[in-house]
Design a protein around this ligand. Structure first.
Ligand code: GDP
Length: 551
């Protein structure tokens, strides 16, 4: 048997979530750089991105696939060099069409970093993903990125969290300077300022806080203490007694409050300018949960119907959730799974309790930013990709053959948009059927039906961009030649509901990857005011003239 390399306390499964363009990809790349897995910092939108390894992603410059990448963190000051942390990054897409992908990622991660654009604060899609993370009880830290950008305003960003997300969040850091003058970061907890000492922002040193910022830093530390004390009795007691609160006590209280979803620490930085990302990684370790800190995942015994808590433990029977199917150009079909309990060895059999089939895991892989390692065994609390599972689809439960359980499955929404697709030849029809089947296995929000009147094949999904990409993949990967009709709203009801729940629409401004976001709010009674439903598609294209108010 292989040996567990990273104890559960030193494992973090995190996601990075953001409004599109806030800097999720850039931040992720910097994380991969600093965790030593990539050796060249790649620019996101020139096609060299490490996380986006599918063609369309490169072309469009957006992240779609929810791949999991394993990194190792040694600490900002190499403080964990001897006993590093394993950080699995589950890539969550930032585009509204792919909220289904976001949900599935949120299901299997334990904590998240919400990235904000420091010049914009909380944006519409931040609200959407934040709400989804709340649904799944995911503790979060907030990274206010782009502090170097024109218009960057850290206080405004913190205020926007209060106003728009209505949560208890306060700064644990404060930027020194903003825009072109953004140069360093104050750690409010230790009351030290960290300055970069080399070009790539790799090495930093602690210095005294500049005299003119000392009062502000102290005041912000008090604000932080008060916000955390409000939700943490131990800290409140100390605070009321007027005692000095040590760095360790404050960190521990911030951790407790964050894990309890009562508090959200806010950090400052600029991924692009290589500032703050390493400190953010320390915060991931300090404040986000490991697999043992989260509430137990629930499974059902199919025989007795009994509910069983799955708490990470290698000595228990194997239970995992397949959260992502990907077709990899080198090794074929990959099933990404999050292991909840027990361990799984390559070459062994698993029971797919969702489809009631037995399957053999050929090989197990751990995906790194630029490499993949074959592993003998995957342990509880960890994430790995299996090769060889032919009948497993997204959301399926996988368990030991002699210990069958059904894990709480993922729910997939009804598609909201559809389009007709007409294969050129009979051969294309066969290729199309095959493509549809494969793509639907990868993404259960993508479906196909037949138009009862015309007999046409209709494909349906969550948004126009998603269908665009599916059609593109059909052509590229499955060589399907077909003509494609115009997108139609598939289910008006679903659409109306979305509108009432605060619609979020996109406007296509043309050109490669040029999608501009337009956010519209309707009150339930004004639905459709100045707006033709048939011309609009959720997450799709809304003709500008129909948009009553634009933020
Ligand atoms: P995503 O859509 O959230 O993945 O955002 P990207 O990481 O692709 O970044 C969107 C754009 O913002 C790109 O042009 C980045 O170069 C830029 N960007 C990302 N981080 C920063 C930052 O810290 N400062 C500035 N000024 N630009 C940034």
């Amino acid at each position: 048997m292989a040996k567990r390399e990273y104890p559960l306390e030193r494992t973090r499964n995190i996601g990075i979530m953001a409004h599109i363009d806030a800097g999720k990809t850039t931040t992720t790349e910097r994380i991969l750089y600093y965790t030593g897995k990539i050796h060249k910092i790649g620019e996101t939108h020139d096609g060299a991105s490490q996380m986006d390894f599918m063609e369309q992603e490169k072309e469009r410059g957006i992240t779609i696939q929810s791949a999991a990448t394993t990194a190792v963190w040694h600490g900002f000051f190499d403080q964990f060099e001897k006993t590093p942390y394993r950080v699995n990054i589950i890539d969550t897409p930032g585009h509204v069409d792919f909220t289904i992908e976001v949900e599935r990622a949120l299901r299997v991660l334990d904590g998240a970093v919400a990235v904000l654009d420091g010049a914009a604060g909380v944006e519409p899609q931040t609200e959407t993903v934040w709400r989804q993370a709340t649904t799944y009880d995911v503790p979060r830290i907030v990274f206010v990125n782009k502090m170097d950008k024109m218009g960057a305003d850290f206080q405004m960003s913190v205020d926007s969290i209060h106003e728009r997300l209505q949560v208890n969040a306060e700064a644990i850091q404060w930027p020194i300077g903003a825009e072109d003058d953004f140069e360093a970061v104050i750690d409010l907890i230790t009351q030290e300022a960290y300055y970069p000492v080399d070009e790539l922002g790799e090495k930093w040193e602690a210095r005294d806080i500049p005299a003119e910022l000392k009062d502000l830093a102290e005041e912000k530390r008090n604000t932080l203490i008060e916000a955390v004390a409000d939700v943490d009795d131990d800290l409140m007691e100390k605070y009321l007694e007027g005692e000095d609160i040590s760095v360790e006590e404050l960190k521990a209280a911030v951790r407790r409050a964050t894990l309890a979803l009562q508090f959200y620490p806010v950090l400052a930085g600029s991924a692009y300018k290589d500032k703050g990302v390493q400190m953010m990684l320390d915060a991931v370790v300090d404040y986000l949960p490991g697999p043992l800190d989260v509430k137990a995942y629930i499974a059902n015994d199919p025989k007795t119907g009994e509910e069983i808590d799955l708490i990470a433990d290698d000595s228990k029977s194997f239970a995992a959730l397949a959260f992502k199917i990907m077709t990899d150009p080198f090794v074929g079909r990959l099933t990404f799974m999050r292991v909840y309990t027990g361990t799984l060895q390559s070459g062994s059999y698993v029971q797919n309790t969702s489809s009631d089939t037995r399957e053999r895991v050929g090989r197990l892989l751990q995906m790194h930013a630029t490499s993949r390692t074959e592993i003998e065994e995957v342990f509880s609390g960890d994430i790995a990709a299996a090769i060889g599972l032919k009948n497993t689809t997204t959301g399926d439960s996988l368990t030991a053959v002699d210990h069958q359980l059904i894990l709480e499955s993922m729910e997939f929404p009804e598609p909201v948009i559809e389009l007709a697709i007409e294969p050129k030849t009979k051969a294309d029809q066969d290729k199309l059927s095959n493509a549809i089947q494969k793509l639907a296995e990868e993404d259960p929000s993508f479906r196909a039906t037949t138009n009862p009147e015309t007999g046409d094949t209709l494909i349906a999904g969550m948004g126009e961009l998603q269908l665009d990409i599916m059609v593109d993949r059909m052509r590229r990967e499955f060589n399907v030649e077909a003509t494609v009709g115009a997108p139609q709203v598939a289910y008006r009801e679903a659409f109306t509901k979305t509108v009432q729940a605060r619609g979020y629409f996109k406007r296509q401004s043309g050109g490669k990857g040029q999608y501009g976001d337009v956010y519209i709010e309707f009150s339930p009674n004004e639905e459709g005011a100045g707006f033709e439903f048939d011309d609009a598609i959720v997450g799709g294209v809304v003709p500008r003239e129909y948009i009553p108010s634009v933020e």
